[in-house]
Design a binder for this molecule. Structure first.
Ligand SMILES: *[C@@H]1O[C@H](CO)[C@@H](O)[C@H](O)[C@H]1NC(C)=O
Length: 359
């Protein structure tokens, strides 16, 4: 007892001294104690069964989460195995660079047939977009541009949207088959989820015809992404602040790093785990007359290697993007009539040099 009494004042003094010496503790840690807890934990979590059942109550839950936070979560997707995808993704990126470069898009390997679907190596010169990627689309056969189209360059761009996938030839047939099988199914799963999301939004807004704008979704892409660890890069971003354009079904596995703007602050988006994070972009927000919100987000550099898989579900090439669900002229509609025209202008901005023009 005596001893405790004697020690107590000393420990209090020591603690106070410690706290005072740790200014960063005060400036960064203490204030966060007074912040409300992460609001994104209140975004809706909708099961696969609820999403596909598409009851009015689910539509309203989805819409209110999308208008408040700009995102929601999907879980309990039958026969989806995130760990299997992650393991397969790791094995792919661990292949020798030569093997991966066989699949490179034309931008990185002149003479390649594929422009949009395929491999993109790490480019160390780009300060922010430090990632390795592999894009998979919906097509397994090439499209022959029609010669009767009045706008030849638009037809060529349509052909890029419809170009067929490339798949690894690693010399290990079992791996190659497994990879193709896992990600063909991964693509189909997300397409089905994205169609269900669009249906749910459309019906919830009283405009079930929304899904008709996505019937072909030629430009949809499943993007395998690897962001390597970078020493001394703490606090840097691997994806700058941006909003998406269409419908995004994202897997972040167990990885932190994704942050979304809510109110005046960026908040950590809870990792997708065995499910998915869903958000929509500015084009769809506009088409829905702002009833769903395009959330601003970014990706922080984390200390270890980070993997993610975004799936971009895009309207059909010929879909009207110029009029909203209520018949209002959209912002995109001031310059473009159909999604293909819009995408032709948008793509070079996010993927400089992809279409062959120097940025
Ligand atoms: C998911 O995949 C992992 C890795 O391939 C495997 O070990 C696990 O058994 C699978 N889980 C299910 C439920 O199939």
């Amino acid at each position: 007892m005596e001893l405790t009494k004697a020690l107590l004042p000393t420990s209090v003094t020591l603690l106070a001294a410690l706290l005072l010496s740790q200014t960063s503790f005060f400036t960064h840690r203490i204030p966060s104690l007074f912040k409300p807890s992460n609001p994104l934990h209140d975004a809706a979590v909708i099961s696969y069964a609820e999403l596909t059942e598409n009851a009015p109550a689910t539509q309203q839950r989805l819409l209110s989460s999308m208008s408040e936070y700009g995102l929601f979560f999907i879980n309990q997707v039958p026969s989806y195995n995130a760990s299997q995808e992650l393991a397969t993704l790791r094995s792919f990126f661990a292949l020798p660079l030569d093997t991966k470069m066989e699949l490179a898009v034309r931008k990185y390997r002149p003479g390649q047939r594929n422009v949009y679907r395929g491999y993109g190596p790490l480019v160390s010169a780009t300060a922010t977009q430090y990632k390795e990627m592999f894009n998979i689309g919906p097509h397994e056969t090439d499209y022959k541009p029609s010669s009767v189209d009045s706008d030849g360059s638009l037809e060529q761009f349509r052909a890029i949207g419809r170009e067929r996938n490339v798949w690894p030839g690693s010399g290990d047939d079992a791996f190659d088959r497994h990879f193709r099988d896992v990600f063909s199914r991964g693509f189909a799963t997300r397409r089905m989820l994205a169609q269900a999301v669009v249906r749910c939004i459309g019906e919830g807004l009283g405009h079930p015809e929304l899904e008709e704008r996505f019937t072909e979704h030629e430009f949809s892409t499943l993007g395998l992404r690897r962001y390597p660890a970078r020493g001394g890069a703490a606090g840097r971003l691997t994806e700058l602040e941006h909003e998406d354009s269409t419908v995004t079904i994202l897997s972040t596995f167990q990885n932190p790093g994704l942050e979304a703007l809510y109110g005046a602050d960026y908040w950590d988006v809870p990792p997708s785990g065995e499910g998915f994070v869903v958000n929509i972009g500015t084009l769809i927000a506009d088409i829905t007359d702002g009833r769903v919100k395009a959330v601003r987000h970014r990706v922080r550099q984390i200390e270890k290697e980070r993997f993610s898989i975004p799936f971009f579900f895009n309207p059909s090439f010929d879909a009207d993007i110029g009029t909203s669900l209520t018949g209002r002229r959209t912002r995109a509609g001031e310059r473009h009539r159909i999604f293909g025209e819009w995408m032709r202008e948008y793509l070079p901005g996010v993927e400089p040099g992809l279409l062959g023009k120097t940025p």
